[in-house]
Design a protein around this ligand. Structure first.
Ligand SMILES: CSC[C@H]1O[C@H](OP(=O)(O)O)[C@H](O)[C@@H]1O
Length: 367
């Protein structure tokens, strides 16, 4: 999407035809830094360190990481070693495993000499497919926003709450939860977004607010604990969030705090939608609450904050007493019963196995 009027994707193949560029999301919103990724290990570190993050973008980065590996060494051992390295970077977003498995499906049958070219071709396809899928998610989600807009007084915005960053920065382009928002805004529908800051890494405050601002979408950053109050006072028309993994039964794993927003939405009759591309569906899991692995990250992400000082320096400060332990669960799982619908590239679905299997039979059979 647009950054200072210029179109960017979150990741792209450089003109040299083999190295990969990605926006360093750890530096936003204060610095816009593009990093060049030249090895599979650098791709793995980019995922592990959250230089790139967001389920679909993690998948695309892993696909390019496999291509970088095949360019360097295309043996069966290198293929297996690279797959294992990438799969070990982060455990929750199933798009990572989907992308690695997809690359292995394409590459394993090939002679080593043919693997690098095939790997780059498939990685590019995965990136382009993500853009097309997210555009379609936006088209289907736009209908939901337009239906609410039709009930509003002229100029009164549709108020959407979102959590974390499921924006174009979390994907190759468009985003998932933000794609309907961008498409509504671009069509002149008045939209306002309540942006959950999303402690502890503040992807909402630092990423969602940044990208909405660059696209001219009205928004307000709120502390994570505010959403329930807004819903109680009819200040939220619908919630749209992203997801890192949807179980076959419709349970939704997303950034920590999503479950609490879903409970508040359910209690206040606020529609709660989850936007996802089909590679985020994990048909091998029947019970998301019990089976989806929840990443636990470093306590320092809770005990410290990074920001810009008044004189422009980027500093990290401690916000928790020395010696106070901190827990950092990265995700939680919202039971399907709290989900109003799943906005996918093939339409808005009920959050249940029958709807998911019917919409994506080719994936449900693959399991
Ligand atoms: C469109 S996937 C976005 C999803 O990924 C985020 O997690 P992280 O920033 O840790 O990669 C968050 O759960 C978002 O909803």
């Amino acid at each position: 999407m647009k950054v200072d009027g210029r179109h960017f994707r979150s990741i792209w193949l450089e003109p040299d035809g083999w190295s990969v560029a990605a926006i360093d999301q750890r530096r936003l919103p204060h610095e816009f830094i593009v990093t060049r990724i030249t090895t599979a290990d650098e791709a793995g570190e980019a995922i592990r360190s959250m230089l790139v993050r967001g389920a679909p973008l993690i998948g695309a980065t892993a696909a390019y990481g496999m291509a970088l590996a095949m360019r360097s060494e295309a043996s069966d051992a290198a293929l297996d070693r690279t797959a294992r390295m990438l799969l070990a970077t982060r455990p929750t977003a199933v798009n990572l495993k989907w992308a690695v498995d997809e690359m292995r499906r394409v590459l394993a049958p090939l002679a080593a000499s043919a693997r690098a070219e095939a790997a780059y071709a498939r990685a590019r396809e995965i990136a382009e497919e993500d853009v097309a899928i997210n555009r379609d998610i936006g088209r289907h989600g736009l209908d939901l926003i337009a239906q609410i807009a039709a009930t509003k007084k002229p100029g009164e915005p549709v108020n959407v709450l979102t959590h974390c960053n499921a924006g174009w920065l979390a994907t190759v382009d468009w985003g998932t939860a933000t794609s309907p928002i961008y498409q509504a805004h671009d069509r002149g529908i008045a939209v306002h977004v309540w942006v959950d800051e999303t402690r502890p890494r503040n992807q909402g405050a630092s990423l969602t607010a940044w990208e909405l601002g660059h696209h001219g979408v009205p928004h307000t950053v709120i502390p994570d604990n505010t959403g329930g109050h807004l819903m109680q006072h009819r200040m939220v028309d619908l919630a749209i969030v992203g997801t890192d993994r949807v179980a076959a039964n419709g349970d939704v794993c997303n950034k920590i705090g999503t479950y609490l927003k879903a409970l508040a939405a359910h209690d206040n009759g606020v529609p709660f939608y989850v936007a996802l591309p089909s590679p985020t569906i994990d048909f091998s899991i029947d019970d998301g609450v019990r089976q989806i692995p929840i990443e636990q990250r470093a306590a320092s992400e809770v005990t410290h904050l990074t920001g810009r000082t008044a004189d422009g320096r980027i500093e990290t400060v401690r916000v928790v007493p020395e010696g106070s332990p901190a827990a950092n669960f990265g995700f939680d799982v919202t039971p399907a019963r709290l989900v109003s619908g799943l906005i996918t590239e093939r339409g808005v679905l009920r959050a249940d196995r029958a709807a998911l299997a019917s919409a994506f039979p080719e994936r449900s059979k693959a399991g």
